[in-house]
Design a protein around this ligand. Sequence first.
Ligand code: CAA
Length: 387
Amino acid sequence: MSLRSLTPLTPDQADIQRLAREFAQNEIAPCSATWDRESRFEPRLIKQLGDLGFLGMLVPEEHGGLGLDNLSYLIALEEIAAADASAAVLMSVHNSLPTQMLLKYGSAEQKHRFLEPMARGELLGAFALSEADAGSDAASLGAQAVRDGDSWILNGAKSWVTQGSHAGVILAMVRTDTPEMRRGARGISTFIITPDLPGFKVGKKEDKMGLRASPTVQLVFDDMRVPADRLVGEEGQGFVYSMQSLEHGRLGIGAQSIGIARHALELSVAYANERRQFGHFIKEFEGIQFKLADMATRVHGARALLHAAAAAKDRGEAVGAHTSMAKLAASEAAMWVTTQAIQVFGGYGYMKDFPVERLFRDAKVTEIYEGTSEIQRIVIGRALTQL
Ligand code: CAA
C-alpha cells in the first residue's frame, strides 16, 4: 500500500514530485542527522533549491519564477520535508510569507529589485512579525518607525525570525502609528529590510528543541534608516498583509508536517517488518498493526484536507479557515504520528542513533509557529460563527 498522495496528479505535477523526491533523497536525506546534531545550516541548499526553481515555484515566469500552482508546490515541499524538516521550512517561509507579500503588494520596482532575485534563488527571504511580547497577539507588536524626510527610522527587535541571519530580504512588520494615537492592527506597516542597512543587527541565535538546522534569530533595528521606497503597499496595512501571507504560509507548514509524519510512518513500517520479539516479527502483533493503521489514516486524512484547500485556493476561492484546518490537522497528525513512531521503536526510538526522535522534536514546532493550534482554532471558530 502506498503512503504517498492519492490526489490525482497531472504529468507535470508527477514530474515535479519525482524531481523533488530524487533531490531530497540524494542531496538532503544523507546529511540531515549530521546537520541536526551540529545545528548546521547549509547555504548550499539555497543555491540548489534555487537552481531547481523551488524558491520561485509560485512566482509568474515574467518575474523569474516557475509560475506553478499551489498543489505542485506542496507536493514538492512534502518530499523535501520527508528528507529534512529544516530544509522544508527554508523553502516554505521563502515561498510563502515574503514572496506572497511582494507578489501581491510590491511595486514594479520592488518586484524587479527583490522578488525576481528571490525567485531565482539569489536572495533568501524571511519574515519578521513576532516580538518578545507579541506572539499570538501579533497586532500588539511594538517596533516603531518614525518618518524622517525621504526615510523612516526604525527601532525595535523582532523575535524567532526563521533564517533571519542568512536572508537577503526580510519583510518586517513595524508600527507607523504614533504612541499618542495607537491604531491597533491598522497601525502596522510592512518594510523591506536588507542586512546592509546601517543599524541592522542579527541578535541572539536560538538554541531549539528541533529544526536545529534552520537558524532562528532575533533581529535588532537600532536607529535603522530605511528609504521610504521600501514601504510595501499602503501604510497601515501590514497586519492585513501578514494575515493574508500567513494564510498561504500555513499550507506550507501543513505540507512540512505531512512530510515529517510520512517519514515517521515509513520508518515505523520498515522497523515493524524487521524487529522480532516473543519469537515473532512485531508487525504480526495487532497492537502494532492498529498503531500503523491509525498513523497511515491520519497522514492520508490530513493530506487530503491540505490538497483540497490548495486546490480551492488555486481556483481563487477564499480559503482562510480551510488553510487553518489543514495546518491544524497536519501539525497535530505530525506530533501524534511521531509520538507513535517512537513507541513502535521502543527503547531504540528514544535514542539519538535512530531517526525517529529527531522527527518527534521537529514535529513539535509545527503546532506552534505560523499560528499555534489554538490560533488556528480561533480562526476556524470565528469563520464558523462569523465573529
Ligand atoms: N485576511 C485579511 N484581513 C484579515 C485577516 C485575513 N486572513 N485576518 C484578520 N484580518 C483583518 C481583520 O479583518 C481586521 O480588519 P479591520 O481592522 O478592518 O477590522 C484586522 O485584520 C485585525 O484583525 P483581528 O481583529 O481579527 O485581529 P486580532 O488581533 O484579533 O488577531 C489573530 C487575529 C487571528 C489571532 C492573529 O493575531 C493571528 O493570526 N495571530 C497569530 C500570529 C502568527 O501566526 N504568528 C506567526 C509568526 S510568523 C512565523 O512563525 C514565521 C516563521 O518564521 C516560521
